[in-house]
Design a protein around this ligand. Sequence first.
Ligand SMILES: Cc1cc2nc3c(=O)[nH]c(=O)nc-3n(C[C@H](O)[C@H](O)[C@H](O)COP(=O)(O)OP(=O)(O)OC[C@H]3O[C@@H](n4cnc5c(N)ncnc54)[C@H](O)[C@@H]3O)c2cc1C
Length: 295
Amino acid sequence: MYPSEFDYHRVERVDDALDLLVDDPDAKILSGGHSLIPMMKSGLANPGTLVDIGEIEELDGIEWDDDAVSVGALTTYATIADDDELWDELPVLAEAAHEVGDIQVRNRGTIGGNVAHGDPASDLPAAVLAADATVVVQGVDGKRRIDVDDFFLGMYATELGEDEILTGLEFPRRESDAAGAYVKKPSPSSGYALVGVAVSLEVDGGRIDSARVAANGIMDHAVRLEPVEERLVGETVEEVSFEDAAQVADDDLEEFMMMDDIQASAEFRRQLLKVYTEEALNDAADRLDASLPTA
Ligand SMILES: Cc1cc2nc3c(=O)[nH]c(=O)nc-3n(C[C@H](O)[C@H](O)[C@H](O)COP(=O)(O)OP(=O)(O)OC[C@H]3O[C@@H](n4cnc5c(N)ncnc54)[C@H](O)[C@@H]3O)c2cc1C
């Protein structure tokens, strides 16, 4: 199918993009185009104006400072998945980016587009929840920083305002031993996550000091699995049972809110959630073992 007619603007400054968003209430930001263009072609989105931000250089790339790593909104999955430093310090993000679609999608799709889109079956939302991100957005009145726990609101619904641009994400750097992992059961037809689970663990003196565990594909938006986190904190990595911790993965999830569709029933997703939670925890623990100094 062909999209309906629209105006197209390519901009090189965030302020110019924001002006265009304010001018046309039906305007949409275009980043990698790997969700928006298919939606336009199938008639699910009909923007009056496309604001192509792909050439705003300041939104592209990864920057490190002492406290945080900042990933610009236009950074592609391929750039993230190919970054050795991210695999060392933020493997949950690198692995989630690596798991997206295929190489063509990873070369074009962006972290900002993925997070802004708020698709419940996308891979990045669980990863950025587990990684304790801060989402940085900009509107005509300036920037604001949103705790990722407050960002995902529902199916394709986020805290991002209509006239705002997601400019990047910031991830705290860890002082203690830390590791993470992302695993997913891909849909056989689309490759999107039927269920994906992201884990970040921090360990101090052999005990789990902090655990963030999040999942996508099970509800209308990515969610933290707080009962699992509570089971883990305070346990030693050597003795904790990840199988037992994974058993409580769905404790806080309301039955009627579980995704149940042509791709997978709610019951199947529930079973996948436990299996993949245990697998993600084991993978993160293996990475912890690998990074701890040997005696
Ligand atoms: C064949 C195929 C397979 C795929 N498989 C997967 C998969 O396995 N896992 C997965 O997670 N995804 C998958 N995707 C989706 C892909 O990850 C998209 O890239 C992603 O959902 C959106 O990112 P984008 O940069 O392409 O954004 P776009 O498509 O350009 O935009 C998506 C939406 O976000 C808005 N937007 C984009 N950037 C910003 C911004 N900076 N600020 C504010 N709003 C913004 C747009 O206006 C639009 O509404 C797949 C896509 C295809 C075509």
